[in-house]
Write a protein that binds this ligand. Structure first.
Ligand SMILES: *Cc1c(COP(=O)(O)O)cnc(C)c1O
Length: 236
């Protein structure tokens, strides 16, 4: 078995254990493989080992990879910060966008979604930890933003996404994810909680995650050395 296949087996077993603890069906938790900074062959290997959903943060890197992998039936998720001038390519080349945090971006994605494609699946990114440096709308902005996004014709609003402040404390992890779940419960017709990464997927599943976004635990540590001007804080 390749390293990636072994890592996938470990992550799947963590997901199954966490689901069992919460009396949830493991199948209700999607595994989104975060392939940012990873080469196309690593994505191909992960697909051969059973994964179909891949998350990318950097538009140009994602488009290059998609071209190398267009023989595969992959589902692409955009999960990084979005600048207005990137919305057209995102609307054309992705199936999901998890990181919508303002109406202007949603309007552009809807306007620019090609007519031959199904509506673009959207999650609103929420800043549940209240840090100034993080992207995401404030919790009190969720209801009005969701109402406005739900009106846009070429988008399908699915749910909410968050990246809480990292914490080793399980109670703190769960409290942040619970805040996102409570916000979702106030909305009608939404079915998606995109939350949980390599370090905290168990806490996220305990609070109802339907997508966990996993990079390091699948592909190993990321190497940013070849990408001087793309770090996690830089918009796509
Ligand atoms: C990089 C990234 C992840 C994956 O993080 P890991 O800790 O490597 O699992 C998940 N979500 C988003 C939005 C990311 O940018």
């Amino acid at each position: 078995m390749s390293t990636i296949a072994k890592n996938i087996a470990k992550v799947v077993s963590r997901i199954c254990d966490a689901a069992q603890v919460s009396a949830r069906e493991a199948a209700s938790v999607g595994l989104l493989a975060v392939s940012k900074t990873q080469p196309a062959h690593a994505v191909r290997e992960a697909h051969e080992a059973g994964l179909n959903d891949f998350g990318e943060n950097y538009l140009q890197e994602a488009l290059d990879k998609q071209r190398l992998l267009d023989d595969l039936p992959l589902v692409w998720h955009f999960i990084g910060p979005i600048q207005s001038n990137k919305t057209r390519a995102i609307a054309e080349h992705f199936d999901w966008v998890h990181s919508v945090d303002r109406l202007k971006i949603a309007q552009r994605l809807s306007d620019q979604r090609p007519a031959h494609l199904p509506p673009l699946n959207i999650c609103l990114q929420v800043n549940v930890s209240g840090e100034d440096s993080k992207s995401g709308c404030a919790p009190e902005e969720v209801a009005p933003l969701a109402a406005a996004v739900a009106q846009l014709p070429n988008l399908r609003l699915r749910g909410l996404m968050t990246i809480p402040a990292p914490s080793d404390d399980l109670a703190e992890q769960r409290a942040a994810f619970a805040r996102l779940r409570h916000l979702l419960e106030r909305e009608d017709g939404l079915d998606t909680l995109s939350m949980g990464m390599s370090q905290d997927l168990e806490s996220a599943i305990a609070e109802g995650a339907t997508w966990v976004r996993i990079g390091t635990a699948l592909f190993g540590a990321r190497d940013y050395s070849g990408k001087p001007d793309t770090n996690q804080g830089t918009p796509a």
